[in-house]
Design a protein around this ligand. Structure first.
Ligand code: MN
Length: 358
């Protein structure tokens, strides 16, 4: 019976309320998906810090083989001459991670903002809360969005929202002024062409995460929104090391995206080293949504069909539940509480066992 390489995202002992021993007690969970969160974007990840994280996870009886994320410096995405320096640092980070046995790096190529939501604690009818996106509540001013995210996070750091980088928001927007979708794609190719020989030599697979939400915002281009984008990114550098994180929640935020079909296209081509599996619930025809518990009955995505597509294509990559709700009075990091993600894991592994035995 093939076992899912199930993981749980963890923000480190300094910055996560959830302990490794709690993660270890979630049935079927062997992997921690981790990162160094105090290294500035663009700097080399020090070997000693990587090794210390690896040891901490291993000592707790878990494995660390997937890193999420090694974020990409904006100069690389903008295509400034200084990008070569940052790419050299990225290459060194890949080598250092490889020495610690890391197999997959999740990353994204989103300009300025990582994922975003308009409400980080949307109250649901059952008393739980989850993150929500409503187009009409997106501020016109990006600074206002930043304040909204900061207030909504209630003191938790949010992945991808590095304060030091976003402090110079106006300058950052100005720097992206001439970066359209085409240019962003070309800059992505430049980056991939530069790092791929190292990835191949050191056996570290890159797994790009979709844009979230999968559409252009604030006039900034987005390059991983749908299956056409995936075909383009795939073609930028022909290698199994140039791969994708298929995030069912992020791609699923556009109802046009057919996730089982996307899985059936890209898994057999060996381009999917990492899966994020979560559900969302559309609340209207305009595509506004809130995040939901993982089961199909709770959201708009058919999770059985998603897991069946993975099973039919003999998926053997890494997988983790993605954002969950805050339930049972937990006041966790938005999207990253313990209980609902643990429930998500037991549901996904249950679907998988059924698929295995059918
Ligand atoms: Mn995701």
């Amino acid at each position: 019976m093939s076992q899912l390489k199930m993981g749980f995202r963890w923000f480190g002992s300094k910055d996560d309320d959830i302990s490794l021993s709690q993660i270890r007690q979630i049935p079927g969970t062997k992997q921690v998906v981790g990162a160094l969160f105090d290294v500035p974007v663009g700097a080399v990840w020090p070997q000693a810090e990587i090794d210390a994280l690896k040891k901490e996870v291993t000592d707790a009886g878990l494995k660390l083989e997937v890193i999420e994320s090694v974020n990409i410096h904006d100069d690389i995405k903008i295509g400034l001459p200084s990008r070569d320096k940052y790419i050299a640092n990225y290459i060194q980070t890949i080598k250092n991670l490889s020495k610690a046995g890391i197999k997959v790096i999740c990353y994204n190529f989103m300009p300025v903002f990582d994922w975003l939501r308009t409400d980080l604690h949307h109250q649901l009818a059952d008393g739980s809360n989850a993150m929500m996106y409503e187009q009409s509540k997106l501020p016109h001013d990006p600074e206002a969005l930043m304040d909204q995210m900061k207030t909504g996070s209630r003191g938790f750091s949010l992945p991808g929202w590095e304060p030091e980088r976003l402090a110079a928001l106006k300058d950052l927007f100005a720097a992206y002024k001439d970066v359209n979708e085409e240019k962003l794609v070309a800059n992505c190719k430049y980056f991939l062409d530069a790092i791929m020989p190292t990835c191949e030599k050191y056996d570290v697979r890159m797994a790009m995460h979709p844009d979230d939400p999968p559409k252009p915002l604030f006039g900034l281009p987005r390059i991983y929104k749908n299956v056409e984008d995936m075909r383009r990114i795939e073609g930028l550098h022909e290698s199994r090391y140039n791969g994708f994180t298929i995030c069912t929640g992020s791609l699923g935020e556009n109802p046009v995206n057919d996730l089982p079909a996307i899985i059936r296209e890209f898994v057999p081509k060996d381009r999917v080293p990492f899966m994020h599996v979560r559900n969302i619930k559309f609340v209207n025809k305009q595509g506004d949504f809130h995040e939901s518990a993982h089961p199909s009955s709770e959201g708009s995505l058919d999770m059985f069909e998603i897991m069946k597509a993975l099973h039919d294509t003999n998926y053997d990559g890494y997988i983790r539940p993605d954002h969950g709700r805050n339930i049972w009075n937990e006041d966790g990091r938005p999207g990253y509480g313990l209980y609902d993600r643990a429930l998500g894991i037991t549901y996904l592994t249950g679907l998988w066992e059924a698929l295995e035995k059918m």
